[in-house]
Design a protein around this ligand. Structure first.
Ligand SMILES: [Zn+2]
Ligand SMILES: [Zn+2]
Length: 258
């Protein structure tokens, strides 16, 4: 850990006494350094996305996906991203922690969320691209004012900070909300698929050369059907200043999978 990281750790520890984001038990300094804001008991209760998840949308099933597999989530849909990967299932403790983080103004839990998402590096496809832009799913300004922060942006920042050495990652908030929408979590599957049409836009046009040199990682806190990330990917596909501009990959990442 760098001197800066130690210093930052000390300041954060002073402002927020290190305690578990799940059960609020106090954490020892070594534990806090190793896994910020997560006790061993709560860590044991997290359910990692098992091997054999859908190679397109990242949905996991109790039996691993095989050769003749047709995914119940994405088999009949066109998704604009190449593939998606998540860290943990959105169950029990994980879900509670995410809820406390987003709706309880517990900004310091961004570090924990960014670290939990490191699990996605187990997917070898993420190591096939040299240079990634990390693009958070934007919140509508009105919602961001209410919440105090955009969780996807904070998670993306912490994700980059903790990434494996040698990974070329750059935070690039390329997207904006153009329309206020009902929260996806409040809708059923059919409603979710239509709710976000035209809800996102691009902040700036990008050169063809810039686009072709990068892959994009779109970061969301929780993915369920993949609709949000797919809408974002669709906007990014037409972001190049020229018809033939193509990103080397567009990938969705999330901490949790609903
Ligand atoms: Zn705990
Ligand atoms: Zn799928």
């Amino acid at each position: 850990m760098s001197r800066f990281a130690h210093w930052r750790q000390a300041v954060v520890g002073w402002i927020y006494p290190p305690q578990c984001g799940g059960c609020e038990v106090p954490l020892s300094s070594p534990r806090q350094l190793e896994k910020p804001f997560l006790c061993e008991d709560c860590e044991d209760k997290l359910v990692p996305i098992p091997e054999g998840y859908c190679p397109v949308c990242g949905q996991s099933y109790d039996t691993p996906v095989g050769m003749t597999f047709r995914c119940g989530n994405c088999g009949d849909r066109e998704l604009a991203f190449d593939f998606s990967v998540s860290g943990y299932r959105s169950t029990g403790e994980a879900r509670q922690m995410m809820h406390a983080y987003k709706y309880g103004k517990q900004l310091h839990l961004s570090r924990l969320m960014g670290q939990l998402m490191q699990r996605v590096w187990n997917d070898t496809r993420l190591h096939e691209v040299d240079s990634w832009l990390v693009v958070p799913v934007p919140l509508h300004p009105k919602r961001q004012r209410g919440r105090g922060f955009n969780q996807s942006h904070e998670i993306a920042r912490e994700f980059i900070r903790n990434a494996p050495p040698g990974m070329d990652l750059k935070l690039e908030p390329l997207l904006k909300r153009t329309r206020h929408t009902v929260r996806q979590a409040q809708l059923d599957r059919r409603e979710r698929l239509g709710n976000l049409r035209g809800a996102f836009g691009i902040r700036k046009k990008l050169s063809e050369e810039f686009v072709s040199r990068h892959g994009v990682l779109i970061v969301d806190d929780v993915m369920t059907t993949g609709t949000t990330v797919s809408e974002c990917a669709g906007i990014l596909r037409s972001a190049g200043d020229g018809v033939s501009a193509e990103w080397s990959r567009i990938v969705g990442l999330s901490v949790l999978r609903g």
